[in-house]
Design a protein around this ligand. Structure first.
Ligand SMILES: [Zn+2]
Length: 324
């Protein structure tokens, strides 16, 4: 079996080998054996085919254990999964990483991060880490949004004023996601704990002119397609990048925290709006990633947010790439 416990022996060569049978990732920084909650260096650069990927650390939510977090698993079950993956069981670790793609001379940001403490107090490092990586946020050409949850889009808005942080960037999103959240009748139907976020989205996003709403399968930049991945939210989407010799999937939240969902893909998170649909989407897309040897990153994978999935019976094994 090939699972997260193997990461203790994962060096850069092994990590590259783990990524694919025929191709080798070019790591610019060395890969270390430990998985820190707070990385010493907050960005990480690697290449997938012709595309340069910069993974930028925003922060981590140290979520207190909650019996409602996974609908069909107990706190003991989730702690056991974390322990098996070599992660802390003191809390539920939910890190957040944003990737920026350099495709030719174009800078494409995948989601906008959580907006400097607007989601969780400790998720505030994106601007500093992006600057450290030498990326000027004013030069971002396009932002491709996976879905409208706060950790993915609050970074589009300034705290307090809701002014756009990226007024000149093209903002791409699945039309199904945009239309669901901005439906005039939506706010009344949202659960009470979702209403503040829903209200903010409905009041602010429709005023902006730089949205580009697209449908499933649309080519949103040369070689990059949006693929509908519903369940987590109605218009949740992943982006598939054709990078010449390799493909790369920016998988957002389909696998959420892989320590839980790789060994238990049937688990339904409280954060999944439609649990059974989220499970179907997860299986379908991870099966495709494995079958087609697609490189993958995920918003809540351990930093730097990438790794390798393999089939393990009816579930999956996951080996993260680790940076000290
Ligand atoms: Zn998320």
């Amino acid at each position: 079996m090939f699972n997260m416990t193997r990461r203790a022996v994962l060096g850069s060569a092994a990590a590259a080998a783990a990524f694919g049978l025929s191709s080798k990732l070019e790591f610019v920084a060395p890969v270390f054996a430990q998985t820190p909650l707070e990385p010493r260096v907050g960005f990480y650069r690697y290449k997938v085919g012709s595309v340069e990927v910069t993974a930028i650390y925003d922060g981590i939510w140290r979520k207190p254990h909650d019996p409602k977090f996974i609908r069909n698993a107990s706190v003991e079950d989730t702690k056991e999964a974390l322990a098996k993956a070599g992660q802390t069981t003191d809390f539920m670790p939910i890190p957040l990483t944003v990737v920026v793609l350099k495709v030719d001379d174009r800078l494409i940001m995948m989601d906008a991060g959580s907006g400097v403490g607007q989601w969780q107090a400790n998720a505030k490092h994106l601007p500093a880490n992006m600057a450290a990586a030498g990326i000027d946020y004013k030069k971002i050409d396009t932002i491709m949004i996976s879905h409208f949850h706060p950790d993915h889009v609050w970074g589009l808005m300034e705290k307090g004023t809701n002014d756009p942080v990226f007024p000149n960037a093209e903002l791409i999103v699945n039309a199904a996601e945009f239309n669901w959240w901005t439906d005039p009748g939506r706010l009344d139907k949202l659960a009470p704990d979702r209403k503040p976020a829903g209200k903010r989205i409905a009041e602010v996003f429709p005023k902006w002119k730089n949205w580009k709403l697209v449908d499933d399968g649309a080519e949103v930049a040369p070689g990059i397609r949006l693929i509908s991945a519903p369940g987590h939210t109605p218009g949740h989407s992943v982006y598939l990048v054709d990078a010449g010799s390799d493909q790369f999937m920016v998988s957002a939240d389909i696998m959420y925290v892989p320590a839980l969902l790789a060994p238990h893909p049937e688990w339904q998170g409280a954060y999944d709006q439609d649990g059974p649909m989220a499970v179907d989407t997860r299986r379908k897309l991870i099966d495709r990633v494995i079958a087609d040897n697609i490189k993958i990153c995920g918003s809540h994978f351990p930093f730097p947010g990438t790794g390798t999935f393999v089939k393990d019976g009816n579930s999956y094994g996951f080996t993260p790439v680790i940076q000290a």
